[in-house]
Design a protein around this ligand. Structure first.
Ligand SMILES: [Zn+2]
Length: 149
């Protein structure tokens, strides 16, 4: 493992661990080394004063268990972007019914409310009851939030 002090185009300084000097170059060239502060991928190694360290002083200064190979300051991952997109689609294509979710899901299932997609909040007990009654509900991987109109 190797620790680099890095600096971005906006002069933010941060430290990051890499498997090797080659791994740093590879990640940097792939645009996967992002500034910890602003996410910029215009990142260079900061120029540091050379220092000579003995074996003992090194063990004091370096953390015992550095993070493994993943860059510590990557911008939004593909998974995060997919989640954001999913959320956008759900919010655009389904009605937000808030805490009325359980009641409304049941009403739609029983034909008392117009058939449509809805999202909202339900407590664990209500959600379990809906599933037991064969009403299709899925937990969303994010907190539902009212759209701002
Ligand atoms: Zn920055």
């Amino acid at each position: 493992m190797i620790k680099y002090s890095l600096i971005c185009a906006e002069n933010h300084r941060f430290d990051s661990w890499f498997a090797s000097a080659d791994a740093f170059e590879t990640l940097k060239n792939a645009g996967m080394v992002g500034c910890a502060v602003c996410g910029s991928t215009k990142v260079e190694k900061a120029i540091m004063a050379p220092s000579v360290r003995t074996h003992e002083s090194r063990s004091e200064q370096e953390p015992a268990a550095p993070e493994p190979e993943r860059p510590l300051s990557a911008p939004a991952s593909p998974a995060e972007q997919a989640l954001k997109e999913l959320r956008r689609k759900i919010e655009a294509n389904s009605d937000y019914v808030g805490t009325e979710f359980a009641r409304e899901a049941r009403a739609i299932h029983e034909g008392e409310s117009p058939r449509r997609s809805i999202h909202g909040e339900a407590n664990a007990k209500d959600a379990k009851q809906l599933i037991e009654d064969g009403i299709p509900v899925v937990p969303l991987p994010f907190a539902a939030r009212r759209k701002e109109n």
